[in-house]
Design a protein around this ligand. Sequence first.
Ligand SMILES: Cc1cc2nc3c(=O)[nH]c(=O)nc-3n(C[C@H](O)[C@H](O)[C@H](O)COP(=O)(O)O)c2cc1C
Length: 156
Amino acid sequence: MKTLVVYYSRTGKTGMIAEEIANTLGCDIEEIIDTKSRSGILGWLRSGNDARNKSLTVLNDLVNDPADYDLVVIGTPVWAGHVSAPVRTYISQKQAYFNNVAFFCTAGGNNFAGVFMDMTDLAGTSPTGTLGISGKDIKSGTYQSKIQDFAKVIQM
Ligand SMILES: Cc1cc2nc3c(=O)[nH]c(=O)nc-3n(C[C@H](O)[C@H](O)[C@H](O)COP(=O)(O)O)c2cc1C
């Protein structure tokens, strides 16, 4: 199965999980780059507002075409209980080109349901698997076994 991991990460946590998933699956990986500054306290506030308002943003050009893949695994940080604006934009733009999707997210806490609902609605299709990683999972290292379980499910 030809698989692409595609993710946005503001501070590196979702990126770290994305790398681990791509290494586990031995597949391609691509980072979504936002043209909007999201650094510092202003960037943090803007990000929360964008997520709450379901705003779209402008992304840098992407290299990989999702239509070339059997499965696209999409990762986002949780922002104000929602999918991040860059990933909302990515799914909205590519929605017609996905064959199958799976979703993952990272959050400070462990409430992931709203994000996966957002992503499912945007993609217009149910994911073959979902993975939520909390700050605690990252600190304790339990994210590793969760990635292994997720990889098994989405490769079936
Ligand atoms: C604007 C903003 C809003 C956030 N809202 C939530 C939230 O509602 N729930 C939560 O558990 N974590 C929330 N977080 C924490 C991030 O989801 C968490 O730190 C995530 O792992 C960051 O991923 P990244 O390093 O890939 O950017 C928020 C972070 C930001 C910047």
